[in-house]
Design a protein around this ligand. Structure first.
Ligand SMILES: [Zn+2]
Length: 273
């Protein structure tokens, strides 16, 4: 599951490229989407706004229509200039929304549906979603209350539960608990409110740092890739660093599959006792 900051940045890039512009071309291989397009064409509508809600990307069109997508493990949104070569095969394309200036292509999106705003408001994944760590009005009290309602859950698992607090994915789960010195296998009921608040604040700080963007321009997928490179685990505290020495104490970092979905958890057994 991608981290909330990645979704946030994807939505922001889509918003900058598309918002205020008219759709000149719409394509999809998903029958539920093409049916809506045939009945009430997407072409000719204006994209009002693209925003992230937790791990959902919501693309709002004039005429009361919202495209909700969720990337899960496999999906991604790319932005291209018209004629720019795609970085993924055409067979992976699920949705394409084009304006005069940009093509937004959703590849391998496991979830993509058109909804009326009222249907969106009733959608369980969004309605029941916990406070969004990247939200301007993040409500820490409410997040702590939701943690308390799931006292038997191990904290690392609870951090992935978007109905408690939204935004943390598997990498930050390990990183945040290391920074707070908290055992990832500790049940919530053994942790103080103060510790839970520190975990939330640390997660929020790091997610927000990763969406800070002083440049503010639009970078198409190719341009975005040019800046990438190097081994990401070199920049991390514990994630991806199994059997390497802890950056604080030198103890070897451990890794274990945790929770019902067997997500990998990395931790220092000394710093996070
Ligand atoms: Zn350590």
């Amino acid at each position: 599951m991608p981290e909330g900051d990645l979704i946030f940045r994807a939505a922001r890039t889509l918003h900058r490229a598309l918002a205020g512009h008219e759709v000149v071309r719409f394509e999809s291989v998903l029958p539920a989407l093409t049916r809506v397009h045939e009945d009430t064409p997407i072409t000719g509508r204006t994209i009002e706004r693209v925003e992230a809600a937790g791990k959902h990307v919501l693309m709002r069109f004039t005429g009361d229509l919202v495209l909700r997508t969720h990337m899960r493990m496999s999906g991604s949104w790319h932005i291209y200039r018209p004629g720019e070569r795609w970085q993924r095969p055409r067979s992976d394309m699920r949705v394409l929304v084009a304006t005069k200036g940009f093509e937004a292509v959703g590849f391998n999106l496991p979830v993509a549906e058109f909804l009326k705003p009222a249907e969106l408001a009733r959608h369980d994944d969004l309605r029941l979603m916990g406070p969004d760590l990247l939200g301007e009005d993040f409500d820490a009290d409410e997040a702590v209350r939701r943690f308390r309602g799931r006292g038997a859950l191990e904290i690392a698992d609870a951090l992935l539960n978007q109905r408690i607090a939204a935004g943390v994915g598997n990498i930050y789960k390990s990183e945040v608990l290391f920074l707070c010195g908290v055992d990832p296998f500790a049940p919530i009921e053994r942790l103080s409110d103060e510790t839970l608040r520190e975990i939330l604040a640390t997660g929020r700080k790091h997610l927000k740092a990763n969406v800070a963007d002083p440049k503010g321009g639009i970078t198409t997928y190719r341009g975005y890739r040019r800046g990438a490179g190097g081994d990401a685990s070199e920049r991390r505290y514990v994630y991806g660093r199994a059997r390497k020495p802890c950056r604080k104490c030198g103890t070897l970092i451990r890794v274990k599959a945790q929770g019902p979905h067997a997500r990998l958890t990395y931790w220092c057994p000394a710093c996070q006792a």
